[in-house]
Design a protein around this ligand. Structure first.
Ligand SMILES: [Zn+2]
Length: 401
């Protein structure tokens, strides 16, 4: 559908002429006989391309009736498109390399370039972008050029299901050049269907005239059989990624159970923190009296809790990732809420609590660094740190934690 320009739009005008003004048949100078106007969006704004059309002036010339238009128009846009190549590339790159959504693209075009397009228009142009990209990717000459220096091919096949209930897309990739060769939607994963895809891959390899060194896939029966039939002499290796994933599944389940156990065991952080804060409030109420007075409790005032302990507690905070820092931040707020209270020991206790909470909330890590193992190691470090402090304080203050 033609783009409807708002009334009063001001266009930047580009005039185009044919490169070759002489008639291709009789070599006479051709005359401008008409103009074709093309209005489109470029990143520079609304643009009017004026194509000066020419034809041979000789009524007897064989080219009679033929109109020639400027070739340069195609370097700006396709005829009748409402956007230039610059906008199309901008859209395609952000959609497919950066995964922006269509509404996001529309808003950004409007905000940054004042280009107004509907979601439908953007979706339709993205379709054209994809078609062109696929044609370019599958262009046999380009492909042959890309594979000139490759001695042998490594092919993989895998099924992707974009959404539940959708047909599965079987994707054949080549790993030496890291290229998606092609993808075929199949309604079933039966061997004959899959075999057709594998046969297509064989045709591609034959066209490139390169041997297939190895095939890689998961262990689906259809893959094993089809590859065995179409590539009888090619080794077929199972994909490491699938292997690791299958292996990781029961392992991560056990890891997660361990985490639950550890969390169940390490409890009561809140109670400890509450006690520290209550003590503080209590001290803050009693302190305003100017007389030095006796200590409030029969314990030695915990002023001289060693700096080492404080720094240990802080060091713990480096353990977990972001969560620990957040936990510490929260504590810091709570502490600064009562800035006058000098309670270094309480500070240390709160520091430990924050660190432990951070450790318990840290879910980072995959099958190679299971979160439960990280948690257990970190908790062990906290325990050792506490033991070191207690050893240093032997005979001194009994701390609650
Ligand atoms: Zn002519």
């Amino acid at each position: 559908m033609a783009y409807r320009w708002p009334a009063g739009t001001i266009f930047k005008r580009i005039d185009l002429d044919v490169e070759e003004r002489s008639c291709p048949v009789c070599a006479r100078d051709m005359h401008v006989c008409d103009h074709r106007y093309h209005h489109l969006w470029t990143l520079a704004g609304p643009t009017q391309v004026v194509n000066r059309l020419v034809r041979c002036p000789d009524p007897m010339c064989d080219s009679r009736g033929q109109t020639f238009s400027p070739e340069a128009e195609l370097s700006i846009s396709m005829s009748r498109w409402c956007m230039g190549w610059d906008v199309l590339c901008w859209l395609g790159h952000r959609r497919f390399a950066r995964h922006w959504s269509v509404p996001q693209l529309r808003a950004e075009l409007q905000d940054t370039y004042h280009i107004r397009l509907s979601d439908d228009a953007i979706a339709s142009y993205l379709g054209r972008y994809q078609t062109m990209l696929a044609a370019r990717q599958q262009d046999p000459e380009r492909l042959a050029d890309d594979y000139r220096d490759i001695a042998s091919l490594v092919l993989t096949i895998d099924g992707l299901q974009p959404e539940k209930g959708h047909e599965t897309l079987y994707v054949v990739r080549e790993l030496m050049r890291k290229r998606v060769w092609f993808a075929e939607p199949l309604l079933s994963s039966a061997t004959p269907e899959v075999r057709r895809v594998i046969a297509l891959a064989r045709q591609w390899a034959e066209r490139l005239d390169k041997p297939v060194g190895v095939w890689m896939s998961d262990k689906q029966d259809a893959f094993v059989q089809a590859i065995g039939t179409e590539f009888p002499n090619t080794p077929h290796r199972y994909c490491q990624n699938h292997f690791l994933r299958d292996l990781a599944k029961p392992m991560l389940e056990l890891d997660s159970q361990t985490k639950v156990k550890m969390r169940r065991k390490v409890r009561g952080l809140r109670t400890i923190e509450r006690r520290v804060l209550e003590d503080r409030r209590h001290t803050a109420v009693l302190e305003p009296s100017p007389s030095p007075g006796p200590p409030q409790t029969d314990e030695t005032p915990p002023i001289d809790i060693p700096e080492a302990a404080a720094s240990e507690a802080c060091a713990r905070s480096d353990l977990g990732a972001g969560q620990t820092a957040n936990a510490l931040d929260t504590t810091a707020w709570a502490v600064t809420g009562a800035p006058d209270v000098k309670d270094e020991a309480g500070e240390v206790v709160l520091g430990y609590c924050a660190a432990v909470r951070g450790i318990l909330n840290d879910d980072q890590g995959g099958p190679l660094h299971p979160p439960g193992v990280r948690m257990s190691e970190a908790l062990q470090e906290v325990r050792e740190s506490l033991d070191r402090n207690l050893d240093a304080q032997k005979g001194g203050v009994q701390r609650r934690c």
